[in-house]
Ligand binder design. Structure first.
Ligand SMILES: [Fe+2]
Length: 677
């Protein structure tokens, strides 16, 4: 019987990605940023999609349908309702967002078809499907999980309207139960604090989590008493007077700044006790909210297992709290829990929801260790290294390579470790990693400052063989995706991976999921008695994790890494020549021009650039004037009139007497996957 391939796509917001599913099995998945080298790239994931198709040995012509991770027209409707509900506020945001929507995003079906036509085999674009944003998250959480049935909780910033959603998964069915809607969002609340603390929204939320253990939860009462009304069941509403994200360009308002005693921290400003206390406080509130939500789900569904997705599910401290205290027997978190994972969820939602296919459970989860991206064999690695003029060694066999690598690590070296398929999701899990000795007290600051070029407060994660995890960490289950924290309970001192509160963000490595990395840990243990290694992602601050051997080699040369293992090859920093310009870079510099023509071109180029800039400026002014006029002449009067007539487009304001803020979601339009609304 012919196989059914489905390509999932997330794009046009942040963290674009593509995923390929064959008869319900996850075959390949990757984020676009890894290929374009632009962190959180939001463009259509052309290169990620092409890479997924290539990995499967097919073209778009073999694909039965393409599933986009949300319904763009519902999202647009929510946007319009927001501007109407908040009128007369919202002008700066309206003139910033609407031109893009009216030019491109409103016509997303056509936009997607055009982009897909550029893929191999794109002469015939398959039918497009549009599951809702939270259905994509829920599908990514439940279908690859090892559970036959489970409660599913999705918590993120916002999709179309839902910001938190509760589901029941059973077999191949996902049934929506209830949800919370924009602007009441735990993800956006956390992001508001992220920005207030001087970190980047949709990018650096994990830094707030890393900072939290240094602080005291001094602001919890102020947050719970002022910023939100939290019900016993975990549902809540935000007091929008304190936030700017609904209609402005900033996440927080002046009232928020007054409440917490000052303006936001500047990005490179000092981190003091106040910032640490704020981080600890918002972390504590987040844990409390998700814990209440999960307990409610446990009580109402009777399910014994819980699946999680949505950006908030990347908060491994909150996940561990759920694991411990929510009353579920087991928990599974989608490793690509953020919007990149929506690509995979969309494809799985399409397979089970649209193609109506049953679900087959395997012995473990369906994520293949999240090792779903492109891989490079030694021949491809050799070709790259020769082209770059690198000096490299080819140990006789894998055992010799692992033994030598373990010896270098034991001597205190920092080793780049590049093997097999690239990871899907934000964590490096032993295929695109930088490794070090966790027993070395100087390792954390050395890796932070000389290799990652980042703030020194952030701890690293330990990788440990799954069967040895309990001997070193207080962990009662596997944590293959680094999405749980556990107290360090080792007879060994492991300062480089132990946070100030004694916890560690553990990755358990199984021989089945990543055999070579597992063997390296064993080789390190044979040499040192310690089966644990520091595992941090193979990138520097503000760059995506490396994808190709060339990315890895360049990153190796630019940082303080001592050695690099690329597949079966070993490189020492001390032997490397200065980096050569590659043919790609040379070509990007443009064809060589000579003589009078070159001089004329050079003389005219500033004029041309100035002319282009003037054109851009006029276009920008024009757009702002037109959309500013639309806002003032249409949106404001219409919004005010609706309000005068008592019509509420968004639920704002607290209802202290109500037991819950949940909205029933059982009437969800799950049968209409083929419509973008
Ligand atoms: Fe999301």
């Amino acid at each position: 019987m012919a196989k059914t391939w489905i390509l999932g796509v997330s794009a046009y917001y942040h963290d674009s990605a593509a995923a390929l599913v064959c008869d319900g099995e996850v075959v390949a998945a990757a984020q676009e940023e890894r290929f374009t080298r632009r962190k959180h790239d939001a463009a259509f994931p052309s290169r990620a999609a092409a890479s997924c198709l290539e990995r499967a040995g097919i073209t778009l012509a073999d694909v039965a349908s393409v599933a986009f991770y949300e319904k763009p027209l519902l999202k647009f409707e929510r946007l319009v309702d927001t501007y109407l509900a908040f009128a007369p506020r919202g002008l700066p945001s309206f003139v910033a967002a609407m031109p893009v929507w009216t030019r491109e995003k409103l016509f997303q079906r056509a936009l997607l078809r055009r982009a897909l036509a550029g893929l191999p085999g794109g002469e015939r674009v398959p039918p497009l499907l549009f599951p809702e944003h939270h259905r994509s998250h829920a599908a990514s959480a439940f279908f690859p999980s090892p559970f036959e049935r489970a409660a599913v909780l999705c918590v993120d910033g916002v999709g179309e309207r839902a910001t938190t959603s509760a589901w029941r998964g059973a077999g191949s069915r996902l049934t929506p139960l209830w949800q919370l809607e924009f602007p009441h969002s735990l993800g956006l609340l956390y992001s508001a604090f992220t920005q207030y603390l001087g970190f980047r929204v949709n990018s650096a939320e994990y830094k707030v989590m890393g900072l939290a253990p240094y602080g005291e939860p001094r602001y919890v009462d102020r947050i719970l008493g002022t910023l939100l009304d939290l019900k016993e069941d975990g549902t809540f509403r935000l007091d929008m007077r304190y936030f700017g994200f609904a209609t402005g360009l900033e996440m927080t308002s002046r009232a928020f700044h007054r409440l917490f005693g000052g303006p936001p921290r500047t990005p490179e400003g000092p981190l003091g006790q106040r910032e640490m206390d704020l981080a600890r406080s918002i972390q504590a509130v987040t844990e409390e909210v998700v814990l209440r939500l999960a307990r409610t789900l446990r009580r109402e569904t009777g399910e014994e297992r819980l699946c999680l997705a949505g950006g908030v599910a990347l908060n491994c401290v909150a996940n561990s709290r759920l694991r411990r205290d929510a009353g579920f027997e087991d928990l599974w978190v989608q490793p690509a829990a953020g919007d990149a994972g929506g690509a995979l969820g969309a494809a799985l939602a399409a397979w089970h929801g649209h193609h109506g296919a049953p679900r087959a459970l395997g012995p473990s989860d369906g994520m293949r260790g999240a090792l779903l991206g492109p891989a490079f064999d030694d021949a491809a690695i050799d070709e790259t290294l020769r082209r770059l003029g690198a000096v490299f060694h080819a140990p006789a066999d894998e055992a010799a390579l692992l033994d030598r690598t373990a010896a270098l690590l034991a001597e205190g070296a920092v080793v780049g470790w590049f093997q097999g398929p690239m990871e899907y999701g934000p964590r490096a899990l032993g295929d695109r990693s930088i490794l070090g000795d966790p027993r070395d007290p100087g390792m954390q600051s050395r890796m932070n400052l000389k290799i990652k070029f980042r703030e020194s407060f952030r701890p690293f994660a330990p990788a440990v063989p799954a069967e040895k995890a309990r001997a070193h960490f207080d962990l009662d289950r596997e944590s293959p995706y680094m999405l749980l924290v556990a107290r360090t309970a080792s007879g060994l001192a492991l300062p480089a991976v132990t946070h100030v509160d004694g916890s560690a963000r553990v990755q358990t490595v199984s021989a089945a999921a990543n055999p070579r990395f597992h063997r390296l840990l064993a080789a390190f243990e044979r040499r040192t008695g310690c089966p644990v290694l520091v595992n941090t992602s193979f990138n520097v601050r503000s760059e995506p994790i490396v994808c190709t051997p060339e990315d890895a080699y360049r990153c190796f040369l630019k940082t303080g890494m001592d050695h690099l293992v690329l597949g079966g090859r070993l490189l020492h920093k001390s032997e490397q020549p200065p980096l050569r310009e590659t043919p790609i870079e040379a070509a990007a510099a443009g064809p060589a021009r000579r003589g009078v023509l070159a001089l004329a071109a050079r003389a005219l180029s500033p004029l041309r650039a100035a002319w282009m800039r003037l054109g851009e400026l006029l276009g920008w002014i024009n757009t702002r004037v037109v959309f500013g006029a639309i806002h003032l002449a249409l949106v404001v009067p219409y919004g005010l009139a609706l309000r005068a007539l008592g019509k509420r487009l968004l639920e704002l304001g607290f209802d202290r007497a109500a037991p819950s803020y949940r909205k029933d979601a059982s009437a969800d339009a799950s049968g209409a996957l083929d419509r973008p609304y």
